[in-house]
Design a protein around this ligand. Sequence first.
Ligand code: DGL
Length: 287
Amino acid sequence: MIGVFDSGVGGLTILKSIHKKLPEYSTIYLGDNARAPYGDLSQEQITAYTWEGVRFLFESGCSLVVLACNTASAQALQTIQQEYLRPDSGKKVLGIIRPTVEAMSELGQERGNLVTNEVTKLPQIKALGIFATQATVDSEIYLDEFKDQKSELEIYQQACPGWVMMIENGEDKNKALEIIKADIDKLFSQNSTIDAVLLACTHYPFFHDQVVQSLPAGIKVFDQGDLVADKLVDYIKRHTEINDQLDRTSKRQFFTTGKAEHVSKVAETIVGEKIDFEHIDLNAESR
Ligand code: DGL
């Protein structure tokens, strides 16, 4: 099975794309809703909580876990991959930041110079705004990953405190507009010529329409879901030893450390389909 982990309901935006691109693959989703938001926590806390989630997914039968959370990918992935995962375990943990940056760089080469500044038919993107949690912004990982891709993009980051909990609490999206507009203004005050933005927190695509509505006209908005899912398809094609372990009977399970009824309701209003979450306790001693 493929495990998909997030601090809350945000990872559903990635899971939806995974189900679209890999419909037969069985998945287990885990949201650590009881401890969200991760974006304001320390690296130690994010790493400890993420590892607890990953271990639960391994114990539930996953051999591959996707951290469908930028904050966990930025702050916890390296320690988990390099220090916690036993190389002989046959299990893998992937993040979503490198795949996002690689996929955007490839898009640029194919159709529009996102990265390379080649002259093509599509409008050029020279300055990219990144909306993310404080912990992702502080890690500067997006700056490093775009640099690794030899990108010539100018990057401007803006933390958006408050967005995640408005989504977790199931608040009226239009009530969020004022806060969204204020964060957009802050981003554009760094550089008014930004011509595209990336929603680099998996919760934020739930506000996609509100972001588009609040941005100056003509600004392209990138969500990560399809970019990450395409890269996951590539990954499992290249890693047959992992692919062979993955169940392909389209099972879908949803777990939360929060209140199952509330999380199921929030998930349903934002994803648009009925999802039944089951509560679990991540406390290692009790399992
Ligand atoms: N959805 C997560 C992300 O992509 C984290 C949100 C949070 O818990 O602060 O960064």
